[in-house]
Design a protein around this ligand. Structure first.
Ligand code: ZN
Length: 247
């Protein structure tokens, strides 16, 4: 069977979204799963999402929310809503959940691909890659043809050829693009559990290493239920509403 990788990021404790993405990926003949971190934070099912990702046994890197939920460090750098949920999540996680999050690596380099939550340019600083300058700083550390990342919750492709760096919007859901030889790709797969590009559907990426094909996928899920759970958990209303709009 041809290898097909599913790369998931920024699940953010959204169980409805994660289940929908796993179903979709299995229907596409995925052979391996990879996770770009931020399994917890913002939504209501952190423990359940950790359990699902652990069950998959997939290579997983640590996101900033995973980090702050499992390390006793100040939350001063977070927006009040995010800090509020991190404190809530910390109270909810089991000791075992916390230890698992705590021990996740910041990056993973495999033959052909690298995984990181934000950027390889000091990953422990959790910098956001929005523009070409941020991407350029990252590329000086990327040693594999492709690196997948998340963190901004906005799917996008950066690629470096020679000394030039380009930024392109992802193709439509289900369309494939081919990674060219001699180029380096830094691909943001978007967010499973809290998309922020104006499309409320979950976002993830399929990668077929044999043909070097990259496919972005958008998956509808039961947003209303996920938003209701956020409200019932007593988390900030804004976190429920943003799911409905994908912002
Ligand atoms: Zn995130």
């Amino acid at each position: 069977m041809e290898s097909c990788y599913a790369i998931l990021g920024d699940i953010h404790a959204n169980l409805e979204a994660l289940d929908a993405v796993l179903d979709d990926a299995r229907g596409q003949g995925v052979t391996e799963f990879y996770c770009l971190g931020d399994i917890v934070g913002y939504n209501a099912n952190p423990h359940e999402c950790i359990a699902k990702i652990r069950e998959l046994g997939c290579a997983t890197v640590r996101g900033n929310h995973d980090h702050y939920c499992s390390h006793d460090e100040s939350l001063d750098d977070f927006q009040p809503n995010a800090a509020n949920v991190i404190a809530w999540t910390r109270r909810l996680l089991s000791e075992e959940d916390e230890k698992w999050l705590h021990d996740l690596p910041l990056s993973i380099v495999m033959p052909g691909i690298t995984l990181v939550h934000g950027t390889l340019d000091m990953p422990e600083r959790w910098g956001y890659v929005f523009d070409l300058l941020d991407a350029e700083a990252h590329f000086s550390y990327q040693t594999t043809p492709i690196c997948f990342h998340g963190h901004t919750h906005v799917p996008v492709i950066f690629d470096r050829h020679g000394t030039a760096v380009d930024r392109t919007d992802p193709p439509r859901s289900g369309e494939r693009i081919k990674a060219a030889f001699g180029r380096r790709y830094f691909i943001n797969v978007g967010s499973v559990g809290q998309p922020r590009d104006g499309d409320p559907r979950s976002s993830y990426v399929l990668y077929r290493p044999k043909t070097r094909e990259i496919e972005f996928r958008r998956v509808p899920y039961d947003v209303e239920t996920a938003a209701d759970k956020v409200r019932k958990a007593g988390l900030p209303e804004r976190l429920a509403v943003r799911l409905l709009f994908g912002r």
